[in-house]
Design a protein around this ligand. Structure first.
Ligand code: GLN
Ligand code: ZN
Length: 765
């Protein structure tokens, strides 16, 4: 029988048990024993699911209290000095939590470690902190304990650990200013490998036959020293102990196959979902004694697979490799929700198109039945249902809308470009009459418990539409009056009607669906429930116009219309896989374009389209950047291109590390861009200066992540720093980001100080 197996299972639990247990423990509402018990229950449950699905081994090491990279960092004893970890004691769980969050029920608080986005996913890992001469030792027993725990439950175990090169790549430190690929980090490798060897020996002693070592960096463009370091490292890791399955995912490895071929590993896993084209080259480099694991079920998305197509895809390899062929999901299932079975609220048709972690393992079993040609009656029934679902999805009128297809095919011509910025800004200034250093905010105002309760009651049906609308209007009026009172120049309505900047729009657009339990871990105990974009996207009716028009009717000052941009909506959703992402993005852009034009018609003179996710959508390999940026920028322009020259278009991004994509940001050609800069002391503006960024820019003058009220003189100083890099007449004064997580007292004080700062700047000018 062909081996099927799994690279990792989501750890949070179908009812987010892990989140609840951790948060209760952190808050002092439960003790360590009950936390540990929850972990054990979840592991046991998840192992049982994988075994029942026919997986050859259960993964161990995919469970993590906060993050699997942090688990590994603490196992290695790589605890930064500020956490006071003694060199000879084990690392306690509370120390791990302090590294993640700065504090824990025991131990002295200290600054938390940074987070790094996990490749191109929405998962974030805790960044290892590295320094020259760093030493490693086995400082935590949890991996070995969990191996024993799974064995005691009767499972065959395959531990999964982060590879040494990937762990170093993720690490940061003052001595490694060149970033992820800094070759100086490789000096740490020998010491690191010594501990890897000890770990592997201990696992061998526990009777482990195979270990999965994850080196997702193999899909990246690796600097030569890193490529060279691989051979020596894996020679050591395979010299004794368990056999090694080297796992790669999130992309193809063709460009690194020359080094991979030289590695003495006993097995290789490749991602055929992201990079189906690599199979031939991989097969050609595989040695006779190696197993090849093909990732055929999409571990990054929620759609049911076309099992016959997968069968076709792997048929030749199966003939060639026999029992050296293994089948698996493309990557760990960490990135998909756990169980579609809980989604009883979704209609049957839509549910038929979906597959979450539990279902993906069943799909894998069916692929095996096809490959081995041994489907039993039950399998045959399941296969028939799977085929029917694929056929339905290909033709469903819920997915394919004629009007959208037609419009999209003509969208090239609707793409009217606006006048050059210099003309536009002059027209906008005539119309808006703003002072120098205009002040504004990013959109949201404090989302108080009362506002959340309003939305909750309305959704639950406990509050009628009229009462809800009245209450939201009152809140909008309060926010507008407040902004007038303190003297802001460009106002916002405050977004009280929005739970989330993507969900709000998804719920109003055709082509989107929402799950009840489709949670995916983002970091630590934080989970997100991404919308599903299953069909052609279309706007059914105006989405924000009534709220914005109402807000504008209250005041003579401009009130910004507030939309979420096409790329961000795409990026924070599960996107249909039956057409290119680019096409879905353009559909969203066209829907937003209608909204933009309706806002303009309703008398809104300034419209902001937030695109905080543009940068995180960047492909993993540089060679793919230009294509992505091309359609991302184009989509933004498609949504804004229809407006008058004297309607002012703003965009907002939550960061300002734009160095290598500034030409694309400039090509978006928003009249005003607001970005997060306060914590960098405006140093991040250097890139804008070097580029001679031409349009207006609002570098954030205070950090909204902290409740501290910024000082006026401090903000004046920041803007002066900005003015050294960019023309003063191009500068706006605004916070770093939206204010929804803040309370009213600090918001009031902070914005008052910000307005005073702008006045001081104007008077001095
Ligand atoms: N307009 C949104 C807000 O103010 C922007 C949020 C974001 O950039 N993530 O909340
Ligand atoms: Zn932001």
């Amino acid at each position: 029988m062909t081996i099927i197996h799994n690279l990792g299972f989501p750890r949070i639990g179908a009812a987010r048990e892990l989140k609840r247990a951790q948060e209760a423990y952190w808050a002092g509402k439960s003790d360590l024993d009950s936390l540990l018990a929850t972990g054990r229950e979840l592991r046991a449950r998840h192992w049982a699911i994988q075994r029942a699905a026919g997986a050859q081994w259960v993964p161990v090491g995919d469970f993590a209290w906060y993050d699997h990279i942090l688990e590994w960092t603490t196992l290695l004893g790589a605890v930064p000095a500020r956490f006071g970890q003694p060199d000879d004691a084990p690392v306690e769980l509370d120390t791990l939590f302090r590294m993640a969050r700065g504090r824990a029920p025991s131990g002295t608080p200290a600054a938390a470690c940074e987070m790094t986005k996990w490749f191109d996913t929405n998962y974030h890992s805790i960044t290892p902190e590295l320094h020259p001469g760093q030493t490693y030792r086995i400082a935590r027993e949890s991996l070995f304990e969990q191996v024993a725990e799974a064995q005691a439950l009767g499972h065959r175990v395959r531990p999964v650990i982060p590879g040494p090169l990937t762990w170093l790549w993720l690490g940061k430190g003052d001595a490694y200013a060149a970033g992820a690929g800094d070759a100086a980090k490789l000096d740490l490798l020998p010491g690191l490998l010594a501990v890897y060897e000890q770990v592997l020996q201990r696992l061998a002693a526990q009777g482990v036959e195979w270990v999965q070592i994850d080196e997702p960096i193999l899909v990246l463009d690796l600097p030569q020293p890193w490529r060279e370091a691989l051979a020596g490292a894996y020679a050591r890791l395979t010299a004794q102990g368990p056999k090694v399955l080297l796992a790669t995912y999130f992309g193809g490895v063709e460009h690194n196959l020359d080094v991979i071929r030289a590695l003495p590993v006993q097995g290789l896993h490749v991602d055929l979902v992201r990079a189906p084209g690599q199979l031939k080259a991989v097969l050609a480099t595989l040695r006779d004694d190696q197993a090849l694991s093909l990732g055929v079920i999409d571990g990054r998305n929620v759609w049911r697979a076309d099992l016959d197509r997968i069968h076709e895809q792997v048929r030749a390899a199966a003939g060639l490799l026999g029992d050296r062929l293994w089948l698996a999901p493309s990557c760990s299932l960490l990135h998909v929700p756990i169980d579609l079975g809980l989604e009883t609220g979704l209609d049957r048709e839509l549910r038929g198109w979906l597959s979450f972690a539990v279902q993906k393992l069943d799909e894998l079993r069916l692929v095996r039945a096809l490959v081995d040609d041994d489907a039993d009656a039950e399998d045959r029934q399941a296969l028939a249902a799977a085929r029917q679902a694929v056929r339905d999805r290909a033709t469903s009128t819920r997915i394919h809308r004629r009007d959208v297809a037609e419009r999209l095919s003509h969208s090239g011509s609707v793409h009217r470009d606006r006048a050059p910025f210099a003309l536009r800004i002059a027209a906008q200034q005539r119309r808006l009459g703003l002072p120098r250093y205009p002040t504004t905010t990013i959109g949201s105002f404090p989302q108080t418990p009362e506002i959340r309760a309003l939305r909750r009651d309305w959704r639950a049906g406990a509050l009628g539409d009229a009462a809800y609308e009245k209450a939201i209007r009152e809140e909008i009026e309060r926010v507008v009056r407040f902004q007038e009172e303190i003297g802001l120049d460009v106002l916002v309505h405050g977004e009280p009607e929005r739970n989330d900047m993507v969900e709000y729009f998804g719920e109003l657009l055709a082509g989107f669906a929402f799950t009840a339990h489709g949670w995916v871990q983002s970091y630590g105990s934080r989970c997100v429930k991404p919308p599903l974009i299953y069909g052609d996207v279309a706007r059914l009716a105006p989405m924000t116009v009534a709220w914005s028009a109402y807000a504008q009717s209250l005041t003579d000052k401009p009130v910004k219309g507030m939309l979420t941009g096409p790329v961000t909506i795409l990026q924070w959703s599960f996107v249909r896989d039956d057409q290119p992402r680019e096409r879905t993005c353009r559909q969203i852009a066209l829907a937003l374009r209608d909204e933009v034009q309706d806002l303009e018609r309703a008398g809104v003179t300034v419209i902001q389209i937030d695109e905080p996710a543009i940068r995180e959508g960047l492909p993993l390999r540089r060679a793919d950047w230009a294509a992505y940026l091309g359609w991302a920028v184009d989509s933004f322009r498609l949504s804004t291109g229809g407006v008058r020259d004297d309607t002012q278009i703003h965009t907002h991004m939550c960061y300002s590390e734009f160095n290598d994509i500034l030409d694309s940001i400039a090509a978006m050609d928003a009249d005003v861009i607001t970005i997060e800069t306060s914590r960098s002391n405006m140093e991040l503006l250097e890139a804008f200066e070097d580029f001679a960024y031409p349009n207006d820019i609002g570098p954030g003058v205070y950090d909204i992540h902290s409740p501290n009220v910024p000082r006026e003189d401090w903000m004046v100083d920041l803007v002066r720093r900005a003015a050294r890099r960019l023309p003063a007449e191009r500068l706006w004064v605004n916070p770093d980001c939206g204010l929804k997580t803040r309370g009213w007292p600090e918001t009031r004080a902070a914005l008052q100080a910000m307005v005073r700062a702008a006045r001081t700047l104007r008077e001095a000018a």
